[in-house]
Design a protein around this ligand. Structure first.
Ligand code: SF4
Length: 219
């Protein structure tokens, strides 16, 4: 699927008020972590990428603090080295949005762009933010694959494409072919500290998912 130049799209504003609970939490965090980003975290990586990685939501002391998805906390310590190993990133990951790391043929976003209390967005909040994810996907002309990290990202993406979640159940390592969209949707457990500390997701399991995607994309 090759098209002309990527389309532009609108990002949520820094004070997006579509989710009142998250807006309130944002205001609290601006007081508590004044040096932090504390706003909807924009996606990272080129719009003409073939792969879009979709996480859950910014971590309070990770992306919410640094302003770049998966940057500054445990999940990023798992994700970025994997991207470097499989050629989806160039440079050095230093847990900071200005570390100079560049993504190659890969973009990273979240199902929900604002940090939720206890990392748990509500169904209404996930639905509210889905329109931004939909806009982003529509603006990626070369998109061939989505990697959904966790069930929330998976279900939101499936619904975004107008499919029934039951017809495409989340399972680590699963590959769902969305033929009508010309896309493959890959599932992985989220690379959170909890999942890795409990052995739900091991580095080997995570690498196997990226190995499959890289092979399918001909990298
Ligand atoms: S989560 Fe998304 S829709 Fe909700 S306030 Fe943040 S940017 Fe707006």
């Amino acid at each position: 699927m090759t098209m002309a130049a990527p389309l532009s799209f609108s990002e949520p504003g820094r004070d997006c008020a579509l989710c009142p609970r998250l807006e309130k939490f944002r205001r609290e965090n601006r007081r508590a972590i004044p040096e932090g980003f504390n706003a909807p975290v924009p996606a990272f990586g080129p719009l003409d990428a073939e792969l879009l990685i979709v996480g859950l939501a910014p971590g309070l002391h990770g992306a919410n603090r640094t302003g770049r998805p998966f940057t500054g906390d445990w999940a990023g310590d798992m994700l970025y080295p994997a991207l470097l190993r499989f050629g989806f990133a160039q440079g050095k990951y230093c847990e900071s949005a200005d570390d100079g790391l560049r993504l190659r043929k890969c973009r990273i976003s979240n199902a929900v762009r604002c940090v939720p209390p206890q990392n748990k967005p509500t169904t209404v909040e996930i639905k509210a933010c889905r329109s931004f994810l939909a806009d982003e996907i529509a603006a990626m002309p070369n998109l061939r694959a989505l990697l959904c990290l966790g069930r929330v990202a998976h279900d939101s993406a499936i619904r975004l494409f107008g499919e029934r979640a039951k017809a495409f159940p989340f399972a680590h390592g699963a590959v769902h072919r969305l033929e009508s969209r010309g896309l493959a949707l890959y599932d992985s457990y989220h690379c959170s500290r909890y999942n890795t500390n409990t052995g739900v997701l091991t580095p080997q399991m995570f690498d196997a998912v990226f190995a499959r995607i890289a092979a399918d994309l001909g990298k």
